[in-house]
Write a new protein. Structure first.
Length: 345
């Protein structure tokens, strides 16, 4: 019995979320961040220098936040406020306990209240909320950030992946906005529209997510009952990353459904040329199914993370291959081997 879409979703390899990348810590004044505009800042006062030293020497993120709060109280208009904001948000972002991370992010917003202070901690908050599986809160937080920064590809991509994972768990609540975020991310990446607040190296890493974005958009199209749209997106994903088996497996599933429809049409037709033509079309479609499933099996072979997918696809393709080869599987393995990814040197 061939698997349906939801059964396949349960064995798809996990689509990794794009973790937010936070800035590293800064050294003592005046060189917190190596940016040209820093050179135009006035020299820090002795009091500012001492306050910064207290932040730097604080033992953990919580203590650094307290010390930063003292800095802001005494020097609210400091030219180095943005550096303090970025550093403290970075330190909170590196906290490994998601409950503590979210609590510190909430406390941060009681200390830093200016609109420009909030963006760094919003990224941290989203990261923590996703780790805690507080999906609704994460999407709400992302919406607030993206309202001001609609080109933040990292956040949109991360939420698109999250919405896809939820859809695979049969929670379709966030499918529409996840599609919106994913398609916008694809548009920006393909146009090479690098957001102003991201460096070149990070942008290059972000661009490598394009095959996964097409894959996730295809899955969301399936969930939205749009197989034609899904098919086009899976085809694009497989072109961008031929070594990834998931797109082939789902293309095979869509083509399998098309075959079933053709087979049913043929079955109900009277004998004659039209019935023979319908049989030929169905047979051609079955061969396409076999080829796509073989590609999925070749790409997933020997990869533990794709073991479940490999087993499901092999179960689906075997009866079709036997039907086309007089009840034998002879040659199936050779077909699969043809599509195996070449060994890395």
């Amino acid at each position: 019995m061939r698997p349906n879409y939801l059964a396949l979703f349960r064995v798809l390899s996990a689509i990794a979320l794009t973790g937010c990348i936070f800035a590293t810590g800064f050294a003592s004044l005046p060189g917190w961040r190596a940016q040209t505009q820093e050179q135009t800042k006035p020299k820090a006062s002795e009091a500012e220098t001492k306050a910064v030293a207290a932040i730097n020497s604080a033992p953990d993120a919580a203590a650094k936040l307290v010390a930063a709060g003292e800095f802001i109280k005494k020097h609210p208009k400091s030219a180095y406020r943005a550096d303090v904001v970025a550093y403290v948000a970075s330190e909170i972002g590196q906290v490994t306990d998601p409950n503590q991370k979210v609590k510190l992010a909430e406390d941060y917003q009681k200390v830093f209240k200016e609109p420009d202070d909030l963006e760094p901690i919003q990224l941290v908050m989203i990261d923590g909320l996703l780790a805690l599986k507080r999906i609704d809160d994460a999407f709400s937080q992302a919406a607030a950030l993206l309202a001001k920064h609609p080109d933040n590809v990292a956040v949109m991509s991360q939420l698109a992946f999250t919405g896809t994972e939820e859809a695979k768990r049969q929670n379709a609540k966030h499918v529409p906005v996840s599609l919106q975020y994913g398609l916008k991310s694809i548009e920006l990446i393909e146009a090479n529209k690098k957001p102003a607040n991201i460096d070149d190296a990070r942008w290059e890493r972000q661009k490598t997510m394009l095959p996964q974005l097409y894959l996730t958009m295809g899955i969301l199209s399936l969930v939205s009952s749009n197989p034609a749209e899904a098919k086009a997106r899976f085809e694009k994903a497989s072109q961008l990353d031929p070594a990834e088996p998931t797109a082939y497996a789902l293309l095979g599933q869509i083509t399998d459904d098309e075959y079933q429809q053709l087979a049913q049409t043929h079955k109900g037709m009277p004998d004659g040329p039209q019935r023979n033509e319908a049989l030929a079309k169905a047979t051609e479609k079955m061969d396409k199914v076999i080829d796509l499933y073989a590609r999925a099996l070749g790409a997933s072979a020997g990869k533990p993370e794709h073991k479940g997918l490999n087993e499901q696809v092999l179960q689906a393709v075997t009866p079709y291959y036997k039907f086309r080869h007089n009840g034998s599987t002879e040659g199936l393995q050779q077909l699969i081997d043809k599509y195996k990814s070449p060994a890395k040197p």
